[in-house]
Design a protein. Structure first.
Length: 337
């Protein structure tokens, strides 16, 4: 029986060990599963944290961009403003004094507002687009008053021919005719009639139905346009001075000389500016011809006043039958008839 008990105990012990081992195995597997779950949970938590951080960052960026857009005021977009300065205002590429200058807008020139960025207007004037300080522009009612003063109105003819009348009436006298696409200076638009200026203080009226009415204002210019204008002005000025200060032509004056004992007239050369050789040569020839003509006239007068008889008068002439010549005392020369 003891043996049987020993065997039973051995069996129970073996069973107990197996049971403990199974439990230990079960516990180990559970712990491993728990660790894996914790690791997965940690990864998920970290991923969720990163996602939330990314969302917060994106949201903050969006809020910043929204704030930036809010700083740009679009309430004045499209409004007409006018520069008010002594000479000109720089138009810059960006809203800052360190930004490059891209154009210039002069006093009383018009610009259209694109946006307002703090102390800077983003404007367009002519071909110039950029930023200029708000403080140098007239807006609102002040701008309207300037527009009325500096605006230039043009009537463009649509009809092939359009009568210009003395009064705003279809029955009024016709004082002129305008043709298609012709542009006339307009000074008023009232009751379907446009008053146009024809020059020499003459005004007429055209039917507005047959013409367009546009208003133009002085505008800014880009740096390229400014340079082109300055070059054109310099060329025109140079051409003007070339025409203004051309050398004067040489001239001579013919005056009788009272000191000449022979009674012959003398030539007096006037003082002139330097001449080119091409100018001097024909003038010298003209002088020679004039002198020869004067001498011939003197000789003719001497012949006309000679005595009727053929007496020998040394003061007038001496006959030379062989040579057909005579001696002219006035010139001291022997001349042929």
């Amino acid at each position: 029986m003891r043996r049987r008990m020993t065997k039973l105990m051995a069996c129970l012990f073996a069973a107990g060990i197996l049971t403990v081992s199974g439990t230990a195995y079960t516990v180990g597997a559970a712990e491993q599963n728990t660790t894996e779950q914790e690791s997965e949970t940690k990864k998920q938590t970290e991923a969720q944290t990163e996602t939330e951080a990314a969302k917060k960052k994106k949201k903050k960026k969006a809020e910043t961009e929204t704030e930036t857009e809010t700083d740009v005021d679009l309430s004045m977009k499209g409004q007409m403003i006018f520069a008010q300065c002594e000479d000109h205002i720089n138009i810059r590429k960006g809203p800052g004094v360190d930004s490059d200058v891209v154009g210039k807008i002069y006093n009383d020139c018009m610009a259209t507002v694109l946006s307002k960025d703090g102390e800077w207007f983003e404007i367009q004037s002519g071909n110039a687009v950029g930023f200029a300080k708000v403080e140098y522009f007239a807006t609102g009612e002040e701008a309207e008053a300037i527009a009325e003063r500096v605006g230039y109105h043009v009537a463009t003819i649509y009809a092939d021919e359009l009568n210009i009348r003395a009064l705003p009436s279809d029955d009024a006298e016709v004082i002129g005719v305008a043709y298609k696409e012709e542009e006339l200076e307009a000074v008023a638009y009232e009751d379907d009639w446009i008053t146009v200026y024809l020059g020499d203080d003459v005004y007429g009226y055209i039917n507005a139905y047959y013409a367009g009415y546009d208003t133009y204002y002085p505008e800014a210019e880009t740096l390229e346009e400014e340079q082109a204008r300055l070059d054109a002005e310099a060329a025109a000025e140079e051409e003007y001075y070339e025409d203004e200060y051309l050398p004067e032509e040489t001239y001579t004056s013919y005056t009788p000389s009272s000191s000449s004992s022979s009674g012959q007239s003398s030539w007096t050369q006037a003082q002139t500016q330097p001449q080119t050789q091409a100018q001097t040569q024909p003038q010298t020839q003209a002088q020679t011809q004039a002198q020869t003509q004067a001498q011939t006239q003197a000789q003719t007068q001497a012949q006309t006043s000679a005595p009727a008889d053929d007496s020998d008068d040394d003061d007038m002439y001496v006959d030379d039958e062989d040579a057909d010549t005579y001696y002219d005392a006035a010139t001291g020369q022997t001349l042929k008839f």
